[in-house]
Design a protein around this ligand. Structure first.
Ligand code: PEP
Ligand code: MN
Length: 313
């Protein structure tokens, strides 16, 4: 029996970023545990593994693309995969403009049960096919732990949406995989709750977590949600994890996507997740906020310029 077991301390041993860790909770004084010199003890609190207290910064690889490695990474594509031609047109356009990852929803979490619900596994197959043809790693949302095994075959990164940001069974299931998780902030979640959700994935042993700010609900409804740029700056300091900004969902309308992205990049985002559709007027979901391919070209030029300007010393 180990000393931790003798003491009846709840704990978990895991290896993250090449370091052997013992996470022990609640609020354990590491010096009381008499552990071996090789063990790094992390006392459990609301969030610990995602905290910058023990690690300054992390890089997450999505397919071959490094997020948090010093270059701005843009993931772009339609809100939902609607069919092969639509997806291929979107993917070709975003690739030509410089996006490094392809996004597309297959399991869509829709507010109304009467709205288009996505193509499910067929959508994932199309993403894999089109992404493979164009050499773009793919990102897609899972909404239920039962989808994780099937989706694993097709995606390079799982997206956890705002509506499932505290679906702890889903987070636990993703913690058991080794593929990156883009973890959106729930629209009613505090920063502490968001980072605690990240700890659910990390505690499972999956070190590949990217935080994604996508807007919160406030008293003002001029835009769809309020992009919390302050939280972007805060999590860059509070956490070692790479940070993504989704400017599309807070914008709600095409014309606001670019200014929100510029603010997110200036606040410290390592990545952007943007909706682009070959013919947004005909989109089956989020038609008002998806960029046209020509808007996206201009968007890429500007976000790249602001990224360079805000990172140069
Ligand atoms: C999406 O990215 O299409 C989506 C549903 O986002 P969110 O979960 O942020 O609403
Ligand atoms: Mn959408």
């Amino acid at each position: 029996m180990s000393r931790l077991e003798e003491l009846g301390v709840q704990h978990k041993r895991l290896r993250l970023y090449g370091v052997d860790l013992v996470v022990a909770w609640p609020d354990v004084d590491p010096s009381s545990l008499g552990l071996g010199s090789g063990d790094v003890v992390i006392p459990g609190g609301h969030y610990q593994l995602s905290s910058s207290k023990w690690r300054r910064s992390s890089v997450v690889r999505v397919g071959g693309v490094e997020v948090g490695g010093g270059d701005l990474v843009v993931a772009a594509g339609p809100c939902a995969v609607e069919g092969e031609d639509q997806l291929r047109a979107a993917a070709a356009a975003v690739k030509a403009a410089g996006a490094k990852l392809l996004r597309g929803g297959a399991f869509k979490p829709r507010t109304s049960p009467y709205s288009f619900q996505g193509l499910g596994e067929r959508g994932l197959e199309l993403l894999r096919k089109v992404g493979g043809e164009l050499g773009l790693p793919v990102v897609s949302e899972v909404t239920d732990p039962r989808q994780v095994e099937a989706a694993y075959k097709y995606v390079d990164a799982f997206q956890v949406g705002a509506r499932n940001a505290q679906n702890f069974e889903l987070l636990r299931a993703l913690g058991e995989t080794d593929k990156p998780v883009i973890l959106k902030r729930g629209f009613g979640e505090t920063v502490e709750e968001w980072l605690s959700a990240a700890d659910y994935v990390l505690l499972g042993g999956n070190e590949n977590v990217i935080l994604c700010e996508r807007g919160i609900r406030t008293f003002d409804h001029t835009l769809r949600f309020t992009l919390d740029v302050g939280a972007v700056a805060a999590v860059k300091r509070l956490s070692h994890l790479p940070v993504c900004v989704d400017p599309s969902h807070p914008a709600g309308r095409r014309e606001y996507v670019e200014p929100l992205a510029l603010a997110g990049v200036a606040a410290g985002a390592d990545m952007l997740l943007v909706e682009v559709h070959p013919d947004p007027g005909r989109a089956l979901s989020d038609s008002e906020q998806q960029l046209t391919p020509s808007m996206f070209l201009d968007f890429m030029r500007k976000v790249t310029a602001v990224f360079r300007a805000s990172r140069s010393t």
